[in-house]
Design a protein around this ligand. Structure first.
Ligand SMILES: NC(=O)c1ccc[n+]([C@@H]2O[C@H](COP(=O)([O-])OP(=O)(O)OC[C@H]3O[C@@H](n4cnc5c(N)ncnc54)[C@H](O)[C@@H]3O)[C@@H](O)[C@H]2O)c1
Length: 450
């Protein structure tokens, strides 16, 4: 469903009216277009500590305009506030800020550049995981980065985003993959997020096809977010099997033909679903995306046992049972990537969704609990938690609630299925084994549960 308010707010008459009335003025977000090569099209500014130098080493692969600014020095053109070009991307390494006094460097670095950002600029702060630092003051200073980053993300305008990445010892060589996602339009609808990168032995070989040679399964792939995930995985080089209920066969078959993939019609809750799946995936699996999900909303006072059971069965029990069966049978290969579609309802809670929110929170818990065990085989497992995404699911929400869902975020609009798909595709990359047991929100920094 299209968001007519964004069209209006970006028209010439709308811009004047919206400004005069003080209404929200969301900008149209820039998305990744097929065929694009460079993650950053415009000036990239790098500053801060030792990790900034490491970023500088591969920065010319991200963009052809690299600048440096602030403490720490490396070989790049200096950016001068008020004189330098407008910035499309910024990376600041704050890992050397180990005392309260040093935190002022955050203000000193960011303040002069905030009025020099292009539309849809992407900013990243780097730090070290506070829990790995033995000095309590140092750990506290690194933890302070979280409050700073989430707040600055809320202050950015014109579709710009900001994230904080805590880089563990040995994870420095995975920064390129993370920045290719977070500095590019692939992360258009992700903001205010905090992720931890850990050491990972696998690397992407070819950045134009980071999933080349990988076999993927996407459940609930006939439409909406699932269909977009399948398309994006194929764009990135994966071979995809699409799964959906038998009633969705026509859509599934058409999409599979277009993507040169295979399809399976199966109810993931069927008793024989694990056996069927194992049989139909004889070549094994590198990427498993549990996207199929349903809502049956009622306040708990009115919740029927059927509504409760159906949501828990599809959204939580099936991903648990199927993943275990695929693991035990060896279908899910070493170094595989498992991605679970959760929801910000599972983080913030939502009136009328006790069943749905329980199922989605359960998925986040599943990723957390399973990550250390699966890590022994190089397998990562993460949750992606979408906020308000424009699909058939959200088109059925009553008008006022739908408008509230769209506007109550830093980016002031709903996301597109592509936004969720880009996050899934990134987490599916070989190098994204650096992230496991975590939940990545794709919600435009929704104020729900933020
Ligand atoms: N749309 C949003 O705003 C939003 C927000 C947060 C989370 N999500 C989650 O993202 C995922 C996709 O959402 P969507 O909006 O594209 O939903 P959708 O309803 O458009 O698509 C879901 C697909 O899952 C399939 N499916 C349902 N039950 C199944 C079963 N038992 N076996 C096999 N397939 C089954 C459906 O047939 C459908 O094709 C869901 O897990 C949803 O909970 C969506």
């Amino acid at each position: 469903m299209s968001d007519r308010y964004i069209d209006f707010a970006n028209s010439s008459i709308g811009q004047r009216l919206v400004g005069a009335l003080g209404l929200p003025s969301p900008v149209r977000l820039e998305r990744w277009q097929a065929g694009r090569l460079r993650p950053v099209e415009g000036p990239l500014l790098i500053g801060g500590g030792e990790l900034a130098g490491q970023v500088n080493r591969f920065a010319s692969k991200l963009t052809d305009a690299v600048f440096s600014y602030g403490p720490g020095s490396f070989n790049a053109t200096s950016w001068i506030p008020g004189q330098g070009p407008k910035l499309k991307a910024v990376v600041f390494d704050a890992s050397a800020l180990l005392h309260t006094d040093q935190l002022k460097q955050l203000r000193e670095f960011f303040q002069p550049l905030l009025r020099s950002l292009e539309r849809n600029a992407h900013l990243v702060v780097l730090g070290r995981p506070p829990e790995t630092l033995s000095d309590p003051f140092a750990a506290s200073a690194q933890r302070a980065l979280e409050g700073f980053s989430r707040s600055l993300a809320k202050e950015l305008r014109n579709g710009s985003t900001l994230q904080l990445l805590y880089v563990g010892e040995g994870a420095e060589d995975q920064l390129e993959g993370a920045l290719r996602f977070f500095l590019s339009p692939k992360s258009a609808y992700v903001s205010g997020q905090v992720l931890r990168l850990n050491a990972c032995a696998s690397q992407v070989q070819d950045w134009s096809r980071p999933l080349a040679g990988r076999k993927a399964l996407v459940t609930g792939a006939a439409r909406g977010i699932g269909a977009s995930i399948a398309e994006t995985l194929v764009r990135d080089g994966a071979h995809v099997t699409l799964l959906d209920v038998p009633a969705a066969r026509n859509d599934l078959e058409a999409l599979a033909a277009r993507l040169d993939g295979r399809f399976i019609t199966l109810d993931i809750c069927a008793e024989n679903a694990p056996a069927q799946l194992i049989e139909q995936l004889p070549d094994g699996l590198d990427i498993l995306v549990h996207n199929a999900g349903i809502t049956r909303d009622k306040t708990l006072a009115n919740m029927t046992p059927e509504f409760w059971d159906a949501v828990l069965a599809v959204n939580l029990n099936a991903p648990q049972v199927l993943t275990k069966a695929l693991l035990d049978s060896g279908t899910l290969r070493d170094d595989a990537r498992v991605i679970l579609l959760a929801s910000i309802s599972g983080i913030a809670g939502n009136r009328g969704q006790t069943n749905y929110a329980a199922s989605k929170a359960g998925l986040i818990g599943l990723a957390q609990a399973w990550a250390p065990l699966l890590g022994e085989r190089g397998i990562s497992i993460n949750a992606v938690a979408p906020g308000f995404i424009e699909t058939q699911m959200t088109a059925h929400i009553p008008f006022a609630l739908r408008e509230a869902g769209r506007r109550m975020s830093s980016l002031g609009q709903g996301g597109l299925p592509q936004d969720v798909a880009e996050a899934v595709a990134w987490l599916g990359q070989p190098g994204s084994g650096a992230i496991s047991g975590q939940a990545l929100r794709v919600c435009g920094q929704s104020i729900l549960g933020a």
